[in-house]
Design a protein around this ligand. Structure first.
Ligand code: SAM
Ligand code: DTB
Ligand code: SF4
Length: 330
């Protein structure tokens, strides 16, 4: 699908809510198994002490947050979590590191490659988010078995400098291009509730709809205000704004998995049901995100049961990574 213009996105978003929901639901049912939700486990493999000043982030060294920096986890520690994730029903394992970026040859990067190879053997989709990548680093991650690389644009190009000054929006796009050129799927979304306007949220979607291929997944995070960050006192995003954005994303990106991400802990069961109806088909599963809490796993499973939804079944054949190819999205 071609890039959607801002005008078009506004027209979709601003429909009467039930019209928007009906449109999104129809698109969803055309492209996805109607009851399936992917469970993804998230693990911070290297926490805190990050050189970047992202104003929402608990892990930035620029803000005095409750997070204590920790070194890169060793492979066995990661594998224990990954095996438990698989046994609990997750089909995707996402590892995050609080780095500005990585390049080939770095000792830490080699350690991450080793971890990826091993996690890959478990039959899970493997996603990593390590900051900026060089083209060669991207190729090496792909060769090690990474399915998808998460690199969010987070907001509109216009608003970006209000939340980060240590790198640019264009830097983010450059890494995303390196990921695509290496043949990995792109996981790219953003955060709402950072003081941006509706137009920034839709401009973010506009940029993402212009990716070729379309992103394989789009995380929608609601800001989790972190004490000590410049955004610590911002109010919670209104549920209907979250739902409208999910529905608009579903219409604009029919084949992209939409992941209801940070901030889910603050959503009631009814609110989450609306998000699933609007097109969200993936969640982070497990009691912790990177540094903040998440809904308890048993609560999530109980909610899915009550809504007659099902966790995505384990893959029986993961030989081919689920990366989108340019052809598949032509
Ligand atoms: N350092 C890497 C990077 O910047 O891409 C990876 C880790 S970063 C924590 C991954 C994403 O988590 C961010 O792009 C942002 O969308 C989301 N995130 C981080 N802190 C958040 C918060 N307090 N509330 C909501 N989303 C958050
Ligand atoms: C994404 O978009 N959200 C996840 C994942 N990608 C890496 C991270 C959410 C982090 C929430 C704040 C925290 O736990 O520090
Ligand atoms: Fe946080 Fe990633 Fe920004 Fe570092 S680059 S401060 S880990 S969001």
């Amino acid at each position: 699908m071609a890039r959607m213009t801002l005008d078009r996105l506004e027209a979709i978003y601003n429909q009467p809510l039930f019209d928007l929901l009906q449109q999104a639901r129809a698109v969803h049912e055309e492209h996805w198994p109607r009851r399936e939700v992917q469970l993804c486990t998230l693990l911070s493999i290297k926490t805190g002490g990050c050189s970047e000043d992202c104003s929402y982030c608990a892990q930035s060294a620029h803000h005095a947050t409750p997070v204590q920096p920790e070194p890169l986890l060793d492979k066995e520690a990661v594998m224990r979590v990954a095996r438990a994730a698989r046994d609990q029903g997750s089909t995707r394992f996402c590892m995050g590191a609080a780095w500005k970026g990585v390049r080939e040859g770095d000792k830490k990067f080699e350690q991450v490659l080793e971890i990826v190879r091993e996690v890959n053997s478990l039959g899970l989709e493997v996603c990593v988010t390590l900051g900026q990548l060089t083209p060669v680093a991207a190729q090496r991650l792909r060769a090690a078995g990474v399915t998808a690389y998460n690199h969010n644009i987070d907001t509109s190009p216009e608003f970006y400098a209000n939340i980060v000054t240590t790198h640019t929006f264009e830097d983010r796009l450059q890494t995303i291009r390196a990921v695509q050129d290496a043949g990995m799927a792109v996981c790219c979304g953003g955060i709402i509730g950072m003081g941006e306007a509706l137009v920034d949220r839709l401009r973010m979607l506009e940029v993402v709809t212009g990716f070729d291929p379309a992103p394989e997944s789009l995380p929608i995070n609601s800001l989790v205000p972190i004490p000590g960050t410049p955004l610590e006192n911002l109010p919670r995003v209104d549920l209907f704004e979250v739902v409208r954005l999910i529905a608009t994303a579903r219409v604009a990106l029919p084949r992209t998995k939409i992941r209801l991400s940070a901030g889910r802990e603050n959503l009631s069961r009814e609110a989450q049901a609306m998000c699933f109806f609007a097109g969200a088909n993936s969640i982070f599963f497990g009691d912790k995100l990177l540094t903040t809490g998440n809904t308890a796993a048993e609560e999530d499973l109980a909610l899915l049961r009550e809504l007659d939804l099902e966790p995505q079944a384990p893959f029986t054949d993961i030989q081919e990574p689920h990366a989108c190819t340019r052809e598949a999205h032509a």
